[in-house]
Design a binder for this molecule. Structure first.
Ligand SMILES: [Zn+2]
Length: 196
């Protein structure tokens, strides 16, 4: 589920729709969580779908740490990639604002966290643009991203959390928030096992 103060909006011909903030959202806010209404498909189920359905999942679903397809039931499936994203995953099933997000700003994440099967070209025009986004970026950037996730977990208690009632595992989120548990490393969330 995506934060309630968001809306789907046309972004550009290149990326089509995306998600914008409708209000200021402070750093540390949980902006997306997997919830019980999202649909989760194993690879075997995906393989049985006709190609047209597979294409929809390839476009709108992300892959979790086990390589399963997760299809968000709400506007969460319209969140676009940016190499300097507004959100970072804390653990494998929710994402937190990594900076103060202003009303009207696009809410983006890093598609490397979506366990891409294939490299994706990016022209987000950010100075830090990687040019090519790949699932193995989780291995390459695990160090700094893990440190950021730990810092963001500590901010959860400092700001309102409207998505808290929808969290997939509130007990685990509470342990992360309270520092009783470290977020799972991005290295261990990587479904890409090809190394490098
Ligand atoms: Zn980029």
């Amino acid at each position: 589920m995506i934060h309630p103060q968001t809306k789907v909006s046309f972004i550009s011909e290149l990326v089509s729709d995306g998600v914008l903030a409708r209000a200021d959202i402070p750093r540390g806010t949980i902006v997306w969580t997997q919830d019980v209404l999202d649909q989760v498909f194993e690879q075997a189920a995906f393989d049985r779908f006709p190609p047209a359905v597979q294409a929809q999942l390839d476009r709108y679903a992300h892959r979790d740490a086990l390589g399963r397809y997760v299809l968000c039931w709400d506007a969460g499936r319209y969140v676009n990639h940016h190499c300097d994203p507004a959100l970072r995953g804390v653990g494998s099933w929710f994402m937190v604002a990594r900076r103060d997000i202003e009303a009207g700003e696009e809410i983006t994440c890093d598609y490397a966290e979506c366990n891409l099967d294939e490299a994706l070209m990016c022209d987000c025009a950010d100075p830090a643009c990687r040019g090519q986004i790949h699932g193995r970026d989780l291995l390459r950037y695990a160090g700094p991203w893990d440190a950021e996730a730990r810092e963001l977990a500590g901010l959860i208690r400092t700001v309102p959390q409207p998505l808290w009632p929808y969290l997939l595992d509130p007990a685990q989120a509470g342990a992360l928030r309270d520092g009783q548990q470290d977020p799972i490393s991005f290295r261990d969330q990587c479904a890409y096992k090809g190394g490098k």
